[in-house]
Design a binder for this molecule. Structure first.
Ligand SMILES: Nc1ncnc2c1ncn2[C@@H]1O[C@H](COP(=O)(O)OP(=O)(O)OP(=O)(O)O)[C@@H](O)[C@H]1O
Ligand SMILES: [Mg+2]
Length: 254
């Protein structure tokens, strides 16, 4: 499945916000071309973990390596080059409200390529097609439903053809059919374009479908990792409670 050195390594990553210790030594390796899904309760630090990979947050301790390079040792220019190799779908779409859908999707293409207007237009149309939103270029984000905004965010994340895609809850708020189309898109990008991906989801159907490997974040650390089959048959009580969504068990809500 994966060969050689991992593409992404988190080593002992710790992060606190004031008194709140969110990550307490996260160790996780993601191979080239691998699809890893991160699960865990709300507020455990999944989004925080993802933001460390793309360099939006810096660890207090430990390190994050991408392709052997410590993300947090990079100067601005090198960090920008690295980010160009990554696409991120933010949990809360984060579209530019003053720009049309087409301009939102074209944003990174205009910033990071010297493509002609025509080539950019074609690429925008292509990726909007992939997320089921053909012909919406002229719409304003305010005119879109939540699920449509999420899909525009996805189109924007994949527009540059990144090597690494970070998906923060790509199917949340989508109906089951659309959610499955997004799962298929994630698989398709992984298979056709050999993308390496890290996906956060609460949707176990989606997790089992898109993951080569699932990692569960619990109390600031990776509690368990394994293939979807191994996770389903895990004898870890924390894992079992989470994947079956049981109120009773070792995981207590805040
Ligand atoms: N920039 C920040 N400043 C202060 N606290 C933060 C910041 N970002 C996240 N947190 C806190 O860190 C904790 C983990 O947040 P995070 O968004 O990673 O959770 P999550 O696992 O993604 O949850 P959910 O499933 O609800 O999206 C939360 O308590 C949150 O309030
Ligand atoms: Mg989150």
């Amino acid at each position: 499945m994966t060969e050689g050195a991992p593409l992404i390594s988190l080593r002992g990553v710790g992060k606190a916000f004031g008194d709140l210790e969110v990550l307490r030594g996260v160790d996780l390796e993601i191979g080239r071309g691998e699809s890893v899904v991160i699960i865990g309760s709300s507020g455990t630090g999944k989004s925080v973990l993802l933001k460390h990979i793309i360099g939006l947050l810096s660890p207090d301790s430990g390190e994050v390596l991408v392709d052997g390079v410590n993300v947090h040792s990079l100067g601005r220019g090198d960090l920008r080059d690295l980010r160009q190799r990554m696409g991120m779908l933010f949990q809360y779409a984060a579209l530019f409200d003053s720009m049309t859908v087409g301009d939102n999707v074209a944003f990174a293409l205009r910033q990071h390529t010297n493509w002609s207007a025509e080539k950019i237009r074609d690429r925008v149309a292509e990726v909007l097609g992939w997320v089921g939103l053909s012909g919406t270029e002229e719409k304003a984000p305010a005119e879109l439903s939540g699920g449509m905004k999420k899909r525009v965010g996805l189109a924007r994340a994949i527009a540059l053809g990144p090597e690494i895609i970070l998906y923060d809850e790509p199917t949340t708020g989508l109906d089951p059919i659309l959610a499955d189309q997004i799962n298929d898109l994630i698989l398709d990008l992984a298979e056709r374009l050999k993308v390496t991906s890290v996906t956060i989801t609460h949707d176990m159907v989606s997790a089992y479908k898109v993951a080569d490997r699932i990692a569960m974040l619990y109390r600031g650390k990776i509690e368990a990792t394994g293939t979807p089959d191994a996770i389903q048959s895990s004898d870890n009580a924390v894992v079992q409670q989470f994947i079956h969504g049981r109120a009773e068990g070792p995981i207590t809500s805040m």
